[in-house]
Write a protein that binds this ligand. Structure first.
Ligand code: FES
Length: 249
């Protein structure tokens, strides 16, 4: 398959970037978007030139490290798949593909298609964890957790933290990401212990770095983990609950 690929080249955060055009005469349908970049880079390295920088780790759709815009859409055209799982089967011989970094004011470009997503980490540092001493693991049947709530918690725990939701949002909001974490932890027996403090701190941090949510819904549409749009309501609900209950909850 012959493809024309436009790729963002930017030397660093304080440099201007621009698209470069690369003709790929021998792309294969089963390649992922990242393998297409690997293929292009191997030719560049063989010529002794600088390869394109992009982020990846597991390449199994688990870690959330990969993230780039493919023809203006975070990750690519397929729903519920991160860039490492997007195959070229969605493209045809002769197509143009445009690859660029995830675009958001909260994500400064580090190099080429690598962006700094530490603003999401800072939200997590404010309470996206359980810090109580839980002792040793109890017998499973001593924990009172109904299966419906456990399933709902698992659905929201599926968020891989890639940050595509922020790049898709016209406001640059991270409510889907934060709402997924708040929902997941508030439904778990141990997570309930710090529920109010978590909501106050995480939402304060969210509002420091990201835009407001206007319920456009693009976030849920591009989410590779299929986090439902209802997760964004957790941000308001958990924050209001924390304010109502006071500092001790
Ligand atoms: S590289 Fe881990 S999810 Fe894509």
């Amino acid at each position: 398959m012959k493809l024309t690929v436009e790729i963002w080249r930017q030397a660093g955060p304080n440099h201007d970037g621009a698209f470069e055009t690369v003709e790929v005469p021998d792309a294969e349908e089963q390649m992922s978007i990242l393998e297409l970049l690997d293929h292009i880079n191997s030719g560049i390295v063989a010529r002794g030139e600088e390869p394109y920088a992009f982020a990846s780790d597991c390449r199994e759709g688990i870690c959330g490290t990969c993230g780039l815009m493919v023809n203006g859409r975070p990750h690519g055209p397929d729903q519920h798949a991160p860039a490492c799982q997007q195959r070229l089967t969605s493209f045809s011989d002769g197509d143009h593909i445009k690859l660029e970094p995830l675009r958001s004011a909260a994500y400064p470009v580090i190099k080429d298609m690598v962006v700094d997503r530490s603003a999401l980490d800072r939200v997590m540092q404010q309470g996206g964890y359980v810090s109580i001493n839980a002792g040793t693991a109890p017998d499973a049947d001593t924990l009172h957790q109904n299966s419906e709530q456990a399933e709902l918690a698992l659905d929201h725990a599926a968020c891989i933290g890639c940050g595509a939701c922020v790049a898709a949002c016209p406001n640059g909001a991270a409510h889907l990401f934060t709402g997924a974490k708040l929902t997941h932890l508030s439904l778990m027996p141990l997570g309930k212990e710090e529920r109010g403090k978590r909501a106050r701190q995480m939402v304060d941090e969210l509002e420091t770095n990201f835009g407001h949510c206007s319920l456009y819904g693009e976030c849920a549409d591009v989410c590779p983990a299929g986090i439902p749009l209802t997760a964004v309501s957790s941000v308001t609900r958990e924050r209001a609950r924390a304010a109502f209950r006071g500092k001790d909850d």
